[in-house]
Design a protein. Structure first.
Length: 611
């Protein structure tokens, strides 16, 4: 009897042990998979290089604040020559975003060419804002070597870009236009925006603009368009607008402030903002059809995509309607949205049809805090998990025309913190990477240029030269002849990193395995919130990436792979692996029993190929 009893108890204990072990294994597998991200479905990984066209090819270094085009010079379409495009293609760039191409309000007098003069009181900066569009069907005459041939010169740039295997993106500014919008280049049969508006109506679905009947627009009283000791033929000439139109950043009063987008007027997509934002989308509002015509015009010209400005101020229903229509013309057309509201991300992707969205308020802001020494890499894991289903749709960057330069005194004070930042930004996901011109040589954005103060940004409102970038131009050779050795090393890092990101299957279509939290727990003294380690892998490839945001000291410690991950990664736990850094072949390491001993210099990173 005792024997039977003990047999029964032994069986029960074995069963309990089996169940307990099975549950533990399942829990371990579950935790393991929580740190894995699969992003299958993308055709390719892309690298967008943003060229601010007015500044890119300018070799004039005079840089007089509020200087004229004649004094400070201006870049042209023709300056972006074969040498420039060859160099960018070799760096790993796949798409070029030509910023500021569309004709916008300026202070230069082009009346001899049939272009109306803009009143200086509603133009920001002597060169004007590239987002105060004056004619959706024309290009900025500043960018032309021969003004009457400006569209032909842009067409040639499109062809030249395509000849180098690169694709062309331009801005589409859907939310607002210049206060003095007038198209003198629109195709036959196209009506001008506002041409047949009923200006007695504050809102009508058939109007292109919103009006303030009975009220006159007032220029901000403290706005000085040209700064001290400057004159222009419309300065002092009163700007008249009656009735006043609503201002671009949703200001429905006749007297916007100096910090508002007062130089622009808001477009009407059928939302009655003064009546609880009631939507009037049936029938389709007039503005929708006119915006489709504009997008179709540039699509037919051969551009490959649009970076769409501040889309959160336009209804997602419009994009749901218009993007499929444009993709019927060119199924490969890209739509990139500038948007800063995470709660709306999935609406603009899943409903609106956008290919990519800005990852500014999460990834950019987090990396910035880390690079400035006031943030933790722990938040990176939280971000990709929060965006798990749309990571592949987010475009990452460390610079663009709106943000302060990495090397500026207002940000990281040096381009070096951007090295680990770029490693994480470009390799963590299969989604796109964006680089702003001059970033790869450490341009610091110094100086007060006129309308733009000395704030660490490269001006988008003034005629200006970009000094460190000009050293790479090297008098139109685009060979970096004027760069220091440190700058050449930095640009070489960008080239290796970007080329790797678009060629290695682990980065273009592989999975992410985040080992950051595992190492925080396993190596709490050495592995801190200033490091970030992760693995990108496919069935045939496994790469270990380590980024170090420590700014002062060299670190010597281990990075470990969880024992339960070896089968998933298809690597042999018992085997010793000799690893070589894919960014710097002089750096090697060994991996044994899942542990890699590494030395990490300040502001550095490694990409070790395990298999």
């Amino acid at each position: 009897m005792k024997c039977i009893t003990w047999t029964i108890w032994a069986g029960i204990l074995i069963l309990i042990a089996f169940v307990s072990c099975h549950q533990t294994t399942n829990k371990t597998d579950e935790i393991l998979m929580e740190n894995v991200l699969s992003e299958q479905g993308l055709k390719e990984k892309i690298v967008v290089y943003q060229i601010f066209t007015r500044l890119f090819g300018n070799t004039n270094g005079t840089n007089i604040p509020y200087g004229t085009m004649e004094e400070n010079g201006v870049g042209k379409f023709n300056d972006i020559n074969d040498k420039a495009l060859t160099s960018l293609a070799k760096m790993g760039v796949t798409h070029i975003w030509y910023t500021g191409v569309l004709e916008h309000a300026v202070m230069h007098d082009y009346s001899d060419y049939g272009i109306a003069i803009d009143n200086a009181n509603v133009v920001k900066g002597r060169a004007g804002s590239p987002y105060a569009i004056k004619d959706y069907y024309d290009v900025d005459p500043d960018l032309a070597t021969i003004v009457p041939n400006r569209m032909h010169e842009f067409d040639s740039l499109i062809q030249r870009t395509h000849d180098h295997g690169l694709k062309v993106l331009i801005d589409f500014v859907p939310n607002h236009v210049a206060r003095q919008y007038h198209s003198d280049a629109k195709p036959e049969g196209i009506e001008d925006l506002g041409e047949s508006d009923d200006t007695t109506q504050a809102f009508s679905p058939d109007n292109n603009f919103y009006y303030l009947p009975g009220k006159k627009f007032k220029v901000p009283i403290d706005y000085n368009p040209l700064g001290p000791n400057n004159t222009f033929l419309t300065e002092g000439v009163r700007y008249l607008e009656s009735p006043a139109k609503a201002t671009g950043n949703n200001i429905f009063k006749p007297n916007p402030g100096k910090d508002d987008w007062f130089e622009t007027v808001k477009l009407n997509y059928g939302i009655d903002y003064l009546n609880d934002e009631k939507k009037n989308f049936d029938p389709i509002p007039k503005t929708w059809h006119m915006m489709y015509d504009i997008l179709k015009y540039w699509t037919d010209k051969g551009v490959d995509g649009f970076r769409c400005d501040i889309v959160q101020l336009t209804p997602v229903e419009f994009w749901q309607w218009v993007i499929p229509k444009i993709k019927q013309i060119n199924p490969e057309m890209l739509f990139i949205a500038e948007i800063y509201v995470p709660d709306q991300y999935r609406d603009y992707i899943n409903q609106g049809g956008f290919d990519f969205l800005y990852d500014k308020v999460q990834m950019y802001d987090t990396l910035r805090r880390i690079m400035e020494g006031r943030g933790s890499t722990n938040y990176i894991t939280r971000i990709w998990k929060d965006l798990r289903d749309i990571n592949k749709n987010m475009i990452r960057f460390l610079e663009n025309h709106d943000e302060q330069r990495l090397a500026s005194e207002f940000f990281a004070k040096s381009p070096q913190p951007g090295i680990p930042g770029m490693i994480v930004s470009s390799l963590l996901y299969t989604g796109p990477t964006m680089v702003y011109f001059g970033q790869e040589v450490g341009e610091p954005g110094k100086g007060e240029s006129g309308f733009s103060p000395d704030d660490g940004r490269t001006t988008i409102f003034d005629y200006w030269g970009v000094p460190e970038h000009q050293k790479w131009i090297n008098q139109d050779q685009y060979d970096g002849g004027g760069l220091s050795e440190e700058q050449k090393t930095l640009r070489n890092f960008y080239s290796k990193l970007l080329r790797m990101s678009i060629k290695e299957p682990a980065f273009t279509k592989g999975k992410l395995f985040d080992i950051h939290q595992y190492n925080r727990k396993k190596h709490p003294k050495n592995y801190t919130g200033k490091q970030y380690a992760f693995i990108r892998f496919t069935e045939d490839q496994c790469l270990l990436i380590i980024a170090n945001f420590e700014t002062a000291k060299t670190l010597d410690f281990e990075v470990s792979i969880p024992p339960t991950a070896f089968e998933m990664l298809n690597i042999d736990k018992q085997k010793k692996y000799e690893l070589t850094d894919q960014l710097d072949e002089t750096v090697t390491a060994s991996m044994k029993n899942g542990a890699v001993r590494v030395k990490l210099k300040p502001n550095s990173g490694h990409v070790f190929r395990i298999k």
